[in-house]
Design a binder for this molecule. Structure first.
Ligand code: NAP
Length: 543
């Protein structure tokens, strides 16, 4: 271990260092303080909230029902907090997280503007030395990552991005102060879940909007609506049922697959069912379908056609409509962006769609964007170009485990974990919402509540037995990773290139399949991890 990294007396010492003050870090800290663990949270942002602190772009809002996104475990919070919309906007969510943090009194254990640069395991003391970019140093016997799965924003690799003299923002780094887009000439690059929200929101406010699209996504209406007091009271009475339902579905959403298969339903009935799904709020249109629609080719093609026809109905110009219909993947094999007025935006005079496959972007200039056929000037460029997902946030920190090995090297060809929460060679590290965990493939809060509770069990187990060190067994890790790989076989999801499958054209080496997420469903994940814990944390070695 290098001298610069070893533990020294100037470090702020804690039993546990948690990195990240988002939805996950807030809950982990709460559970640790309840358990009497001396824990501290280090957060890169100037305040708490994680995803909901950073993503302030116009149109940012939940895609899962607000009342399924809140924490389920505190009756007082459930009794007091009122959601104002079925799918709350970012400001409301951030207010909620601040309210929860006050309730749980966790803020005073958080340090902000504290961007972690390196975490190095000291074998002599069994503790992690954690250093921040601005030179602060901490040590913790246990290190917990709650660093988000979509927190390492990526810009497109287009020449000239730094040359533009107007305003330019990645959606993740949207400024805290209001950005005036009224009447401006605006470009949006990217049409994932984020771009689609932005475009639907700003199309009728800006002067001109040009959307640069590489691959279209299958988008579906969010069908949001307000919640008045009477409805919120009714929701409150149903909380037990709601949380029970989240435990049953594969993605911990309200919506789970319909038990019927495509073939056994007569066409008329099938179409009526699909019409209902399309008109219903939230992810039902994706996750509430016949159980073979996201698995088998023929049903998937039929449903994709149904959605394609919806796009053709909503977009007036047939040429534009065809450009907006994906041809390279079936409905639901990538994350379905939920939209409000997205397709209608393209019926507006001031909105133009540029297919960059036909006219590739050559460069960003000082005044705009040049494609192969022309140059357009802009006041504002919005990069909705996504993230180095799940492992990106880990790669941006120097994690050094036993014998100086780094996590970045270990995961170079794709993540390798045990349970998605542990990594062999990296003792006393718990990766919450890490790659291959169930929390990254499900509605996030229910997913992380389970993982945090499981981690709390692990921490308590170690304390009760006087253990100072926990490390994943190499063989158990290999088996887990193999199981994850197997689960991709035959899944439609594995046929499409997206962040789910580890692709990102803006990151070196991310041009091949990486086995990032647990695909066997949240109930199975909980069952597996509970069985491991019941079996004295089988697959983990303690000293
Ligand atoms: P994304 O889904 O990865 O989309 C990035 C977009 O940028 C894609 O359309 C991509 O095109 C395009 N792009 C990237 N590099 C480009 C380049 N060099 N030239 C042209 N286009 C380029 O990222 P995202 O939209 O930020 O969404 C990421 C995830 O965040 C979502 O899947 C979702 O899980 C989460 N999210 C959640 C919510 C919510 O819950 N409310 C809202 C927004 C986002 P290609 O498809 O061709 O690569």
């Amino acid at each position: 271990m290098s001298e610069a990294h070893s533990l020294d007396s100037s470090m702020e010492r804690h039993e546990m260092v948690i990195i990240g003050a988002g939805v996950c870090g807030i809950y982990m800290l709460h559970r640790m303080l309840e358990a009497g663990v001396d824990a501290v949270v280090l957060e890169a942002g100037s305040d708490l909230g994680g995803t909901w602190y950073w993503n302030r772009y116009p149109g940012a809002r939940f895609d899962s029902e607000s009342y399924t996104y809140g924490y389920s475990i505190d009756p007082e919070i459930l009794a007091e907090w009122n959601w104002s919309e079925h799918f709350a906007g970012q400001p409301e969510t951030l207010r909620y997280l601040n309210y929860v943090a006050e309730k749980w009194n966790v803020r005073e254990r958080m340090q902000f503007d504290c961007k972690v640069a390196s975490c190095v395991f000291d074998e002599d003391t069994n503790a992690w030395a954690v250093r921040t970019e601005d030179g602060r140093a901490f040590s913790g016997s246990l290190l917990v990552t709650a660093i988000g799965m979509l927190s390492a924003a990526t810009y497109p690799r287009i020449p000239g991005v730094e040359d533009f003299r107007g305003e330019a923002f990645h959606t993740y780094y949207w400024p805290q102060e209001p950005v005036d887009l009224d009447g401006k000439k605006v470009a949006v690059i990217g049409t994932g879940a984020t771009g689609v929200q932005v475009i639907g929101e700003i199309a009728d406010k800006v002067g001109e909007l040009v959307v640069y699209q590489r691959r279209p996504n299958w988008c579906a209406p969010l069908n949001n609506g307000p919640i008045d007091k009477a409805e919120m009271d009714r929701i409150r009475l149903r909380y037990d049922d709601i949380f029970q339902q989240l435990e049953k579905t594969p993605g911990s959403f309200l919506h789970g697959p319909d038990r019927r298969v495509f073939d056994e339903v007569p066409e008329e009935e099938r179409l009526a069912f699909w019409e209902d799904l399309y008109a219903s709020p939230g992810f039902g249109v994706w996750l509430g379908n016949f159980r073979d629609v996201l698995v088998e080719k023929e049903p998937n093609e039929a449903y994709s056609q149904f959605i394609a026809d919806k796009i053709r109905e909503r977009v007036k110009d047939p040429e534009v409509a065809e450009k907006l219909i994906p041809k390279d993947h079936g409905f639901g094999s990538r994350r379905v962006p939920m939209e409000t007025n997205y397709y209608e935006a393209y019926n507006r005079e001031n909105v133009q769609l540029v297919d960059v496959n036909e006219t590739p972007i050559e460069c960003v200039t000082e005044t705009g964007i040049r494609t192969s056929d022309q140059e357009r000037d802009f006041d504002v460029i919005i990069y909705a170009t996504g993230f180095d997902a799940i492992t990106g946030a880990f790669d941006r920190i120097e994690f050094q485990g036993l014998d100086g090995a780094t996590l970045r090297d270990k995961w170079f060809d794709g993540p390798v974990t045990y349970l998605g929460t542990q990594v062999s060679g990296f003792p006393n590290l718990i990766t919450l919402a890490g790659p291959q965990s169930g929390s990254v493939s499900s509605n996030f809060p229910p997913g992380i509540e389970f993982v945090v509770d499981w981690a709390t069990r692990l921490v308590t187990y170690m304390r009760d037995h006087g253990y100072k060190r926990v490390i994943a067994d190499k063989e158990a890790e290999a088996l887990w990773t193999q199981e994850i790989k197997e689960s991709y076989k035959g899944s439609l999801l594995s046929t499409a290139k997206s962040w789910f499958t580890g692709y990102n054209s803006n990151v070196d080496g991310h041009d091949k399949m990486r086995y990032m997420i647990y695909l066997l469903g949240a109930p199975k994940y909980r069952e597996r991890l509970n069985a491991v814990a019941d079996d004295d944390f089988e697959g983990l070695h303690f000293d």
